[in-house]
Design a protein around this ligand. Structure first.
Ligand code: HEM
Length: 356
């Protein structure tokens, strides 16, 4: 009986299309990730669903060295040996996690062993590539468009990201990896390059962009907390997720909010992925004569009733923040990605986590 119904499905959909008017035929917006995770799921789709629902951690500490014989058939993070693979996946981070990872470790580590200016820019770059999307978008998100030739690097909100974009484009052309995957791989790599950073689950196989991302989807530093919370909610994030995500400012500096204080860090330890950012934001007003520069957006969020309990809970609790950040960033890294069924997990190719 069931197989007869399944066999009749194409005819039923055809009948619907014939009955539908031209407006009904418009492409539907993909919606938040949960909308794509229905029906029978493969192992990676189920894993993504479990991470987003909190059943599994967004952190994975499993590490693997590059196998002596590196073939996709033996290890999904090895080069795809079929000629069709790069175009199917838009990406071949292939010999990567293994070879790209070694390259990024060199680029992102400062002489003191902490994460450097390239790393903090790469963390922001991953967010600005993926975050230019919301549930009403029919394109955009984590698609590499910011690294590609669509001119997004000239948008004011991307000031300061041009240098790391050039660096990542060189990595892309050297290792022939996908732009979309590289933007998110570099974010996750930079995070773990900072001492105390989490090994955020890292997925590979996104399709690269075919156009620039929509405008006006990224947050404005002078906006109200209510507007910022609403902006992130349209991307599928709760106010608590937002509290965790802005913690990336633990590794940040500012240059353009107040150019006369260019280079000032947003917490006292910008080379370390630690929770100092949360108390530094609460305890400073952020003038340029203080130890840290507090962004107006971080200040208003830290005291907003929907955010402040989580913000205060992160103070002094590194494991709590790392877990919540990883869970929220897995979602970020998949915004707008519709081919979830093609993804594979390659977290094991990232370096091991560092303590101070
Ligand atoms: C309410 C949301 C957010 C606002 C308004 C915001 C705004 C800003 C601003 C104004 C800067 C300074 C840019 C400059 O002057 O150079 C900055 C830096 C940075 N942001 Fe955010 N941000 C937000 C969320 C995030 C998120 C979600 C992430 C990562 C997941 C992130 C990562 C970073 C990093 C790492 C830097 C430092 C970049 C560098 O030092 O080169 N931000 N952000």
């Amino acid at each position: 009986m069931l197989h007869k119904f399944i066999a009749a499905l194409p005819l039923l959909s055809l009948a619907f299309l014939v009955a539908a008017g031209p407006l009904d035929l418009r492409e539907a917006a993909p919606g938040i990730i949960e909308d794509l995770l229905t029906g029978i799921l493969n192992i990676v789709q189920q894993l993504i669903k479990d991470v987003l629902s909190g059943v599994k951690s967004g952190i994975n500490d499993e590490i693997s060295a590059k196998p002596l014989v590196c073939l996709t058939t033996l290890d999904p993070c090895c080069p795809c040996e079929l000629p069709a693979c790069p175009s199917i996946h838009g990406a071949n981070i292939i010999s990567s996690g293994y070879d790209v990872s070694a390259e990024l470790t060199k680029q992102f580590t400062g002489p003191d062993g902490q994460c450097n200016d390239n790393a903090r820019a790469a963390i922001r770059f991953g967010f600005h590539d993926a975050g230019a999307w919301d549930k009403d978008s029919t394109f955009g998100g984590a698609d590499g468009s910011l690294m590609m030739d669509y001119g997004e690097e000239n948008r004011a909100e991307n000031n300061g990201l041009q240098g790391v974009r050039t660096l990542l484009r060189t990595v892309q052309s050297t290792y022939k990896v996908g732009y979309a995957d590289l933007a998110q791989y570099a974010h996750n790599h930079a995070t773990i390059t900072c001492p105390k950073g989490p090994r955020v689950r890292t997925f590979i196989g996104r399709k690269d962009a075919t156009q620039a991302n929509p405008t006006d989807k990224l947050p404005d530093v002078h906006d109200s907390a209510d507007n910022l919370i609403a902006l992130f909610q349209r991307k599928g994030f709760s106010a608590h997720d937002l509290a965790a995500l802005v913690g990336a400012h633990a590794a940040a500096k500012q240059r353009f909010v107040d150019p006369s204080a260019a280079g000032m860090p947003l917490d006292t330890t910008p080379g370390v992925w630690d929770v100092e950012f949360y108390n530094d934001t609460l305890n400073n007003q952020g003038g340029k004569n203080e130890k840290v520069f507090v962004l107006p957006s971080d200040k208003v969020l830290s005291t907003h009733p929907k955010v402040s309990d989580e913000w205060n809970a992160f103070v002094g609790d590194q494991p709590h923040w790392n877990e919540d950040y990883a869970k929220a960033y897995v979602r970020m890294s998949l915004l707008g990605v519709q081919n979830l069924k093609d993804l594979r997990e390659c977290t094991k190719t990232l370096p091991k986590k560092k303590s101070l």
